[in-house]
Design a protein around this ligand. Structure first.
Ligand SMILES: C[S@@+](CC[C@H](N)C(=O)[O-])C[C@H]1O[C@@H](n2cnc3c(N)ncnc32)[C@H](O)[C@@H]1O
Length: 254
């Protein structure tokens, strides 16, 4: 499973033969993505346009959940994992690529007022996030929801966040975007803080599909973190959740 190169023609043909019902959707997505790639200047603008198009159809599908049950379940999975790993209400959390608060709504509810900070590159999904705050009655928790253009995090204070989180964000990010994040995230992390991110893992050749989905080897990302003076480790216990992505934790020594 983790060794497959999804960009190879043989993979696409075999996949199409097994799932003929998905061919039309794939071709439509291919055509849309090709158009968006030509009409946007860089990856962030491109992905923002993808999110605009996806969110217009369904904000839950735009963050990767085809059903509401899956939206609830994947959010709960992220929440349960961080609780198991010692998240406490007085901790300050930065949720990079917070989407429409699939997990964020649970973190906002749990954390002390003002301790949740969500960022995203997509204005459309942030508007959906505001609707989630309203729908789940979380207004009194005063979550921050901020639009970003890059991952330099330059507008955030030094040493502030105990937990930084990015679920299913690097799975949609080319290497320069991840590199930018790892180059700057250490500055805003509190001493002893951690940064958990998921990624699409391959044990074979690193590759991407439609510039939407990126597959990396674990060592590549651990080495990249090390090049920015951060210690990173592969979180084997995340695999027990059954989620299709893998997880790495980056720590800033106390
Ligand atoms: C698959 S969704 C996951 C959302 C949320 N983390 C969750 O689990 O529900 C990925 C989100 O990351 C955002 N995103 C993609 N690239 C980003 C970047 N470079 N910086 C911040 N957000 C980004 C997208 O707009 C989208 O909302």
């Amino acid at each position: 499973m983790h060794g497959k190169d999804r960009s190879r023609l043989t993979f696409l043909v075999t996949y199409a033969a097994r799932h003929p019902d998905r061919i039309v959707g794939y071709v439509r997505r291919q055509a849309r993505d090709t158009w968006l790639r030509f009409t946007t200047p860089d990856h962030v603008s491109y992905y923002r346009a993808v999110m605009r198009s996806d969110t217009a159809r369904s904000s839950e599908a735009a963050v990767g959940s085809k059903t509401h049950e899956s939206w609830l379940q994947i959010g709960q999975m992220q929440y349960d994992y961080l609780i198991k790993h010692g998240l406490k209400p007085d901790m300050r959390m930065l949720d990079i690529g917070c989407g429409n608060l699939r997990a964020g709504r649970l973190f906002i509810d749990y954390l002390d007022s003002g301790n949740y900070y969500g960022t995203d590159i997509s204005p459309d999904i942030l508007l959906a996030a505001q609707r989630t705050v309203e729908e789940y009655g979380l207004q009194r928790k005063m979550p921050y929801l901020t639009l970003t253009d890059d991952l330099k995090l330059a507008f955030l204070p030094d040493g502030h966040f105990d937990v930084v989180h990015a679920h299913s964000v690097f799975s949609h990010s080319p290497m320069p975007v991840i590199d930018e994040c790892l180059a700057h995230v250490g500055r805003i992390m509190a001493p002893g803080g951690r940064f958990d991110f998921t990624f699409d893992r391959t044990v074979g050749t690193e590759h991407q599909v439609l510039r939407e989905d990126f597959y990396y080897r674990t060592e590549t990302l651990i080495d990249l973190a090390a090049s920015h003076g951060l210690k990173a480790e592969y979180m084997a216990d995340w695999e027990e959740t059954g989620h299709h992505q893998s997880k790495i934790r980056v720590v800033r020594p106390a």
